[in-house]
Design a protein around this ligand. Structure first.
Ligand SMILES: NC(=O)c1ccc[n+]([C@@H]2O[C@H](COP(=O)([O-])OP(=O)(O)OC[C@H]3O[C@@H](n4cnc5c(N)ncnc54)[C@H](OP(=O)(O)O)[C@@H]3O)[C@@H](O)[C@H]2O)c1
Length: 263
C-alpha cells in the first residue's frame, strides 16, 4: 500500500490545535512538507517546529491567517503557492457557535458560510493549478456527522456543513479526471478544545456538571468513549495518500459508530 507523501506539499487549515494539528502531524509522518494555517502565530510556530521530519528535504512552514478574511486568505495562499505549489489541502477551521437555527441572526449564517465555504473555495482556486500541474490533488474537508443526521442545537453549523458537503460532492465529479479527489471526514465527539467548549456552554445552560453531560454523550457512542484527534487525523491522512486514489466524493464518519445513517 503506497502511503508515501514525500515530495508532496500539504496545506492544513485550523492547524494550531485539535484535529487540524493532529492531521498535520500524520501528514508529516508520511513525508509531506506541511504548511499550517490558523490565527495564533506563536502556537503555529511551535507546532511547525515540533512536526516530524522523515527525510532531509522535508520542510514545514506556517502562516497566521483569519479564514473570515477572504481577501487576506487568498493573498496569503497565493504568496505561498507561488514558491511552493500545494497538492494536499485540508479545509478545516473552528466550528460555528451553537444554538437553534430559528433564532440565529442572519449574520451568523453569513459568517459561518464565509469561514467554511468561501474560505475553502478561495483556497481551492488558489491551489488548483498546482494540483493540475502535478496530476495529483487531495482536498479533505473536516465537517461533521450532521451532514448525515443534523445535530439538535447546532442550527448554523448543520446548515453550513451541508453546503460544504454539497460543494465537495460537486467538485469530486468536476476534478476527478485531473487526478484530484475531494472527500469529507466527519468527526464524532473528539477530545479537543472545541468539545471542551461545547460541554462548558451546555453545563452553564443546563446547570448539570460537565462530567454528567460527557457521560450522557458517551452513552450514545457504541465505542463508549470520546475519539482522539489522532484517530480522525489518521483517516484524513489516508485520504491524502496515493493508496486512496480511487476514494472520491465520500463522507467518512470517524465517530465510534454513533451515526445511525446507512450512508
Ligand atoms: N471536536 C469535536 O468533537 C468535533 C465534532 C464534530 C465536528 N468537529 C469539527 O471539526 C473541526 C475541527 O474541530 P476541532 O475540535 O479540532 O476544533 P478546535 O480545537 O476548536 O480547533 C479549531 C482550529 O481552527 C482554527 N481557527 C478557528 N477559527 C479560525 C479562523 N477564523 N481563521 C483561521 N483559523 C481558525 C483554530 O486556531 P486559531 O484559534 O489559532 O485560529 C484551531 O486551530 C471544526 O469545524 C469542528 O466543529 C469537531
Amino acid at each position: 500500500m503506497d502511503l508515501n507523501l514525500s515530495g508532496r506539499h500539504a496545506l492544513v487549515c485550523g492547524a494550531s490545535q485539535g484535529i487540524g494539528r493532529a492531521a498535520a502531524v500524520e501528514l508529516a509522518e508520511l513525508g509531506a512538507d506541511v504548511t499550517l494555517f490558523a490565527r495564533s502565530a506563536e502556537t503555529l510556530q511551535a507546532v511547525a517546529a515540533s512536526l516530524p521530519r522523515k527525510h532531509a528535504a522535508q520542510r514545514h512552514d506556517w502562516r497566521s491567517v483569519d479564514m473570515q478574511d477572504t481577501a487576506g486568505l487568498q493573498a496569503i495562499a497565493a504568496e505561498l503557492v507561488a514558491t511552493h505549489p500545494v497538492q494536499i489541502l485540508i479545509n478545516n477551521t473552528g466550528g460555528p457557535p451553537g444554538g437553534p437555527a430559528y433564532s440565529a441572526e442572519p449574520a451568523a449564517f453569513e459568517s459561518a458560510f464565509r469561514q467554511h465555504l468561501l474560505a475553502g473555495q478561495v483556497l481551492l482556486q488558489t491551489v488548483l493549478p498546482g494540483m493540475r500541474d502535478s496530476g495529483y490533488g487531495r482536498l479533505v474537508n473536516v465537517i461533521s456527522t450532521s451532514v448525515k443526521e443534523p445535530i439538535p442545537g447546532l442550527g448554523v453549523s448543520n446548515t453550513v456543513r451541508a453546503a460544504v458537503a454539497a460543494w465537495a460532492k460537486t467538485l469530486s465529479g468536476e476534478l476527478a479526471a485531473d487526478g484530484i479527489t475531494v472527500n469529507n471526514v466527519l468527526p464524532g465527539y473528539t477530545r479537543t478544545a472545541r468539545l471542551d467548549g461545547l460541554l462548558a456552554a451546555q453545563s452553564q445552560k443546563s446547570g448539570r456538571s460537565e462530567a454528567e453531560l460527557a457521560k450522557d454523550m458517551i452513552a450514545a457512542v457504541p465505542a463508549r468513549r470520546f475519539g482522539e484527534p489522532g484517530e480522525v487525523a489518521a483517516v484524513i491522512a489516508f485520504l491524502c495518500t496515493p493508496a486512496a486514489a480511487y476514494v472520491n466524493g465520500v463522507s467518512i464518519a470517524v465517530d465510534g459508530g454513533r451515526t445511525k445513517a446507512l450512508s
